[in-house]
Write a protein that binds this ligand. Structure first.
Ligand code: PHE
Length: 338
């Protein structure tokens, strides 16, 4: 009988020693120690053995059981240590791998240029004024000395909402709204969206303007010239020449358009400046006395100047962009460059 135990023990120890995996060990545990295991069956025989044999047999059986259990426990520990090690090896953290980057938002190029322009005027003492995008005919035209049926209305391809409401075609109506509420002296700029029935590589139905208005005693064309020359040299560079050219706007008299030396050819003449050497940047002039009448200002006592310019146009010239639509398409490959 004891030999039978020894035989099982040898087989078991060898099996467990040679086990190749945790599941081999589980199988061995069932084979020898399980409910129907080989040792368990021998245990059952204990009862039918005579008294004197039972002691020896029981002792041997117990010793074998303890040996097998011990070996199983230590082999199991080995395997789970091995598993942990394998896991550590395979899950090694490679700190040289590039991380996943979150795209950083930034300001739209139009906003950047607008902020720069606003900053220049703020430092000169101007404050910011605003008006609605949906305007009345009165503010957009009438009060700016542009009566109904006057041919100058053709300067603005207007988007009408109904008989009296429209999308403002320029930021000039803000001039009227400010003067209605404030008495001179005043110096304001009005940046904002404007709308026109226009669309090609240099015209967008929605674009941005920056308006300026200054009213005080004894304001002259010289003040206008000095302020705008300074502003344009801040934006385009101190070495750039600036030119004032007579023009016409119903709400200013006299009026002038202001040109800057071409940013591409520096005045030599090229495709961008249509061989003139100059780029048209803004409209301006001395506030027309008729406009002062509409807001109840005394034009004998006060004078002022006004100007308006397209922000997209300035941004295009600054960055060398030749299609205005790029600003509105929200293509990240374009926007990321600024
Ligand atoms: N409002 C004019 C335009 O849109 C620009 C301008 C503003 C001209 C103020 C003179 C004075 O073309």
């Amino acid at each position: 009988m004891v030999e039978r135990i020894r035989a099982i023990e040898n087989e078991a120890l060898e099996n467990i020693t040679n086990a190749k995996s945790l599941s081999d060990i589980d199988d061995a545990q069932i084979r020898y120690l399980g409910k129907k295991g080989l040792l368990t069956e021998l245990m059952r025989n204990l009862k039918i053995l005579p008294e004197e044999e039972r002691r020896n047999f029981g002792k041997a059986l117990n010793e074998t059981k303890i040996k097998i259990e011990g070996l199983i426990a230590s082999r199991k520990a080995q395997f789970s240590a091995q598993l942990t090690q394998n896991k550590i090896n395979s899950e090694v953290l490679d700190i040289t791998l590039p991380g996943k980057f979150i795209k950083r938002g930034k300001l739209h190029p139009i906003t950047q240029v607008m902020d720069e322009m606003i900053g220049i005027f703020i430092r000169m003492g101007f404050s910011i004024a605003e008006g609605p995008d949906i305007e009345t005919e009165y503010y957009n035209f009438e009060a700016l000395n542009i009566p109904k049926y006057h041919p100058s209305r053709d300067m603005w391809s207007t988007l009408w909402i109904n008989n009296e409401l429209l999308l403002r075609t320029h930021t000039s109506p803000v001039q009227i709204r400010v003067m209605e509420k404030q008495k001179p002296p005043l110096a304001i700029i009005a940046p904002g969206r404007v709308y026109r029935r226009d669309s090609d590589v240099t015209h967008s139905p929605v674009f941005h303007q920056l308006e300026g208005l200054l009213v005080d005693k004894k304001i002259t064309f010289g003040d206008l010239k000095g302020t705008l020359s300074y502003f344009l040299r801040q934006v385009f560079g101190k070495e750039k020449k600036v030119r004032f050219r007579p023009s016409y706007f119903p709400f200013t008299e006299p009026s002038a358009e202001v040109d800057v030396e071409c940013v591409l050819c520096n005045g030599a003449g090229c495709r961008l400046c249509k061989n003139t050497g100059w780029l048209e940047i803004l409209g301006s002039g001395m506030v027309d006395p008729n406009v002062f009448k509409f807001v109840g200002y005394n034009s004998e006592k006060f004078s002022g100047y006004a100007f308006g310019m397209g922000i997209e146009r300035i941004a295009m010239l600054k960055f060398g962009i030749d299609d205005i639509r790029l600003f509105f398409e929200n293509d990240l490959r374009f926007l990321e460059q600024f």
